[in-house]
Design a binder for this molecule. Structure first.
Ligand code: FDA
Length: 392
């Protein structure tokens, strides 16, 4: 039976990084993936340019039942540490917005960097190889793969979440966690477009293709970014961000002009040019199609001069606080991440090792740590992979 010090399940961002880190310490490492190609999600990420980290990484940019859990691993391997690797590899990059770093060229450069790192450190990679089971044997593990039985001192589970099943997501890591007695936090799709029922789609669908900047909130959480109307509902960065916080049955609140005192500006406009249609004056804040919709939804009749202050406040209230109730999301088919996963309560924050199963580690998206949109999820993959690779 072939024997390794460390077997890593999953050749995605977290698995490749954990594998290279362990191999650099002189450990005999094998990374296994059932997919034909490694790092497929990296390849398609960031619109093909991979938003590989975020300079503003902080624990409060991550969702988890234990919001402090990620702090230790994130401090142990920072965005600057990953950036240093990118620069050493001669990969050109740029900051797009809000600390988000993207490749100037193809995301494949990041996959190549990770593969080169693993190879130069002496780690092995086996693709198109499914993992059937993992069992404890003495102090180590027996890993049954489609290509035979292997033995390992440590196993690092980096099989990712449930999103984009057609790219190899299986949920295997969750089953393994349960098998070894670790708790799971309920999983749900995150960073995903929101969908609406026929009554609200009647208003939203005609705006399909329109992108506006605005503020979206659920409770006290809010994001100021672009939102996009689609034929099934809402998407765009602000919506993807809020989707991770939204729960079924809740409303979202849209402020379509967060930086403008719409009520005061409407009153001022009424004094200067009262004989204009409401949609025309709303055109100062909103694209024409949206201005028309807001006029319609307000139920107000007549032109600007016909409205008293209370009516203008009502209109401004709608622009600053349009309440919408999504019926659901586009689900794992398009979600960028899976929220929930292996409970952090059963993992050591410094090493990502299962507290009750020495030698078993969980890293990356399979863990109940999920970042905001904007490079945070890859930074978690690097940091958690590094933490486990240092000790496995
Ligand atoms: P990941 O899913 O990458 O890898 C898991 C691997 O395990 C896969 O290769 C899979 O084939 C393998 N596997 C699963 N089950 C197995 C089994 N039973 N046996 C063997 N192998 C198995 N994040 C970010 O920070 N910036 C960005 O720009 C983007 N963009 C983006 C775009 C899109 C379209 C998506 C879907 C996602 C993003 N993300 C992102 C999120 C990011 O891709 C994600 O958080 C990381 O890829 C997670 O890395 P992991 O290594 O944990 O899992």
């Amino acid at each position: 039976m072939e024997s390794y010090d460390v077997i890593v399940l999953g050749a995605g961002a977290a698995g490749l990084f954990a594998g290279a880190t362990a191999a650099r310490r002189g450990r005999r490492v094998l990374v296994i993936d059932h997919a034909a190609n490694p790092g497929e999600k990296i390849r398609i990420s960031g619109g093909g340019r991979c938003n590989f980290t975020n300079l503003n990484t902080r624990p409060d940019r991550f969702l988890s039942e234990n919001p402090r859990f990620a702090a230790s691993a994130l401090a142990g391997f920072t965005p600057r540490d990953f950036l240093a690797k990118v620069e050493r590899a001669g990969i050109a990059y740029h900051e797009k917005t809000l600390g988000q770093l993207f490749c100037d060229g193809s995301a494949r450069q990041i996959v190549d960097l990770l593969l080169r790192d693993l190879r130069e450190a002496g780690g092995d990679l086996r693709l198109s190889t499914s993992v059937e089971s993992v069992d404890r044997v003495g102090e180590g593990f027996k890993v049954l793969t489609g290509a035979g039985l292997l033995q390992a001192g440590s196993v690092i589970v980096a099989t990712g979440g449930k999103s984009i099943p057609k790219m190899g997501a299986t949920g295997f890591g969750y089953r393994l966690a349960e098998q070894f007695g670790l708790r799971l936090v309920e999983t749900r799709p995150g960073l995903v477009p929101l969908t609406f029922g026929p009554d609200q789609l009647e208003h939203l669908a005609p705006l399909s293709g329109l992108s506006v900047s605005g503020r979206v909130s659920v409770g006290k959480t809010r994001f100021d970014e672009a939102l996009l109307f689609t034929h099934r509902g809402l998407s765009g960065p602000a919506i993807l961000q809020i989707s991770s916080y939204w729960r079924e049955g809740e409303e979202i609140l849209l402020d379509l002009a967060p930086e403008r005192p719409v009520g005061a500006e409407l009153r001022e406009a009424r004094q200067k040019q009262g004989r204009v249609a409401l949609r025309t004056v709303l055109g100062a804040f909103l694209p024409e199609r949206l201005a028309r919709l807001m006029e319609g939804l307000s139920g107000l009749q007549g032109n600007l001069a016909d409205q008293n202050n209370a009516k203008l406040d009502q209109l401004a209230g709608l622009i600053h606080g349009w309440r919408l109730k999504p019926t659901g999301s586009e689900g794992y088919r398009t979600a960028e991440v899976t929220l929930g996963g292996v409970s952090t309560a059963d993992l050591d924050a410094k090493t990502l090792q299962a507290r009750a199963v020495p030698g078993l580690f969980f890293v990356g998206e399979v863990v109940d740590v999920t970042g905001w949109l904007g490079g945070y999820n890859f930074q978690w993959a690097w940091a958690s992979g590094f933490a486990a690779g240092q000790v496995a």
